[in-house]
Ligand binder design. Sequence first.
Ligand code: NAP
Length: 310
Amino acid sequence: MSLPTHFTLNTGAKIPAVGLGTWQSKPGEVRKAVAYALKDGYRHIDAALIYGNEVEVGQGIVDSGVPREDIFLTSKLWNTDHPNVAEGLEKSLKSLGVDYLDLYLIHWPVRLVPNESHPLLPVNPDGTRSVDRAWDMSETWRQMEEVYKTGKVKAIGVANWSIPYLEDLEKTWTVVPAVNQVELHPLLPQHELREWCHKRGILLEAYSPLGSTGAPIASDEAIQTMATKYNVSPAAILISYHVNRGDVVLPKSVSEARITSNRKELVALDKADLDVLNALAAQGKAKRINTPLWGFDLGFADWYGPVKST
Ligand SMILES: NC(=O)c1ccc[n+]([C@@H]2O[C@H](COP(=O)([O-])OP(=O)(O)OC[C@H]3O[C@@H](n4cnc5c(N)ncnc54)[C@H](OP(=O)(O)O)[C@@H]3O)[C@@H](O)[C@H]2O)c1
């Protein structure tokens, strides 16, 4: 069985199954990583304003010599820009040096109120993040739909949205999000969220597929055993998991060897092995790695405890 190289968004556009992540890719490294990845065959780059490296990502795209129209480029609206989506978008377009994005995501269902404490991660005098709890996310989505109509973004979507948040958005959306980008790996398989999104034609994108910094999930015993069975690296099992499930996957690397293997070492997993991976979390290994201190429950069952029923 050969694995799909692309999936189809609800806009009809094709999206490469594997994209290069760029979070925590340092200045001086990310430009080279992006250029190398594109020359090596990647056609999908995942960027964001908050990563602070979009200028270098854009330079890497130019260095690669790959035409812009051959690349699927994503960026994300930062939390301080919810009331001004068009302005947030312009900042990313300018930094990246492009005139459109293939996908623009709301990075978090969290609005931060700007103040003098920090340009992107403002805090209150007591040190807590200056979250606007009353902000209406449907207004952010309405503005996302507006920028979508301009053609400057070819698709719009969300990131880090749980089912309760999506259910709220569904009441008012006129454009169904193309994508929900969430933390996704065998220790956080998000079975219910996947089903909810798939029923509505929303594609999932897996972030932190290796467990983020240092790829800790690659050390899991079950992953290592499976890697030995398939004669590939543990990272290849973790990345292949998503492509086999039908989800986009976004491994980050600045190492040329790992950038190459993360896209080329994919394997078709037997159904029995997929079942093993799908069941790991339920066997006591469940783990969420990214839990920024927004100060409230984002509606994921495993965020800071059970989802509140009210
Ligand atoms: N929407 C969101 O809120 C959100 C949140 C987190 C991440 N993301 C996106 O998803 C991307 C991926 O997630 P992530 O950056 O958290 O982590 P990740 O891709 O799970 O893991 C990256 C780490 O694994 C290492 N690594 C990469 N390939 C490897 C391999 N083959 N073998 C061993 N180690 C390997 C990397 O080091 P080297 O670089 O040295 O190879 C780095 O330390 C991000 O870069 C970002 O684009 C989105």
